[in-house]
Design a protein around this ligand. Structure first.
Ligand SMILES: [Zn+2]
Length: 285
């Protein structure tokens, strides 16, 4: 049975060569992500990269008036932190947890060590970066040309693809904020889907009753994004069923407190200076 505590639920980790997979194992840390946890602040250092297994992370642009606009979302098909290996030490935008769930995190330094190892991970991450560009570009097209209902269907289908359940823990208000749509607009679109028996909303959860109904109403953007992520998956073999590795028990103890302390953990200026110099050194190599 699929479990968010299994790293191969992240499709990038599942694509690693077996040798790389084993090499990274001791450095992967399972973390529980809770909605609204901020993983990166715009301009802040990226101390970790995240490989979600069941959580969804949103990359937002925060406007001067406090409003937000989603630039990209990341689920179990990807990784948060790609700008690290493209030359950026700082996050260009805020990254916040959109849906509760789990992820495996890896220190930025460890990722860069692997990256400069020039193994298959390098090629995989570059392919993923290409897919992310496609997703971001398509989101811009979608926001400009498609209706709220079409965009809502796209978001629901994309999120279902990343989820192990047909019930998603999110309010209409939160979806409205993600899509950048006023409350009346999202209420109207969700109302139509409920009337058609496609979804049922109750107490902060949406239950998708008919995936076919979403497919009939969604815009072309969903297919474009699906194709981009499908191209990443070239293998997922039975050799990745590794039984019960020791990190599983150890890292189950990692709590929200541990996740939410990316910044707090680095409160001291001295720690920050050491980490920054290490990262800068890596990029000079
Ligand atoms: Zn669209």
């Amino acid at each position: 049975m699929s479990s968010p505590l299994d790293p191969v639920q992240n499709r990038l980790l599942a694509e690693l060569e077996l040798a790389e997979f084993h090499r990274l194992f001791p450095h992967l840390e399972l973390v529980k992500l809770v909605r609204k946890d901020v993983l990166y602040q715009a301009g802040g250092k990226m101390f970790y990269v995240y490989f979600p297994t069941s959580a969804t992370i949103s990359i937002d642009y925060v406007l001067e008036n406090g409003g937000t606009s989603e630039i990209a979302s990341i689920g179990n098909e990807g990784m948060l932190g790609i700008s690290l290996f493209m030359g950026g030490l700082n996050a260009h935008s805020r990254a916040v947890v959109q849906l509760d769930g789990y992820a495996f995190r890896l220190s930025a330094q460890r990722l860069m060590d692997e990256f400069y190892h020039k193994g298959p991970l390098l090629r995989l991450l570059l392919r993923y970066a290409q897919a992310r560009l496609t997703m971001v570009s398509q989101l811009a097209v979608c926001n400009s040309h498609h209706t709220t209902e079409q965009r809502l269907c796209r978001w629901l289908l994309q999120t279902l693809d990343r989820s192990l359940s047909s019930e998603l823990p999110i309010t209409q208000e939160a979806i409205g904020a993600i899509l950048g749509v006023r409350r009346e607009g999202i209420t109207e679109a969700t109302g139509r889907l409920q009337m058609a028996g496609v979804v049922k909303w109750r107490r902060g959860h949406v239950n998708v009753l008919s995936r076919e109904g979403l497919n009939e109403r969604v815009c072309e953007c969903y297919e474009v994004v699906c194709s981009a992520t499908t191209r990443l998956a070239t293998k997922l073999g039975p050799e990745f069923a590794l039984g019960k590795p020791p990190w599983r028990e150890r890292n189950l103890l990692v709590s929200r407190r541990a996740v939410g302390t990316d910044r707090r953990k680095h409160d001291s200026a001295a720690d920050d200076a050491v980490e920054e110099s290490q990262l800068e050194e890596l990029h000079r190599e």
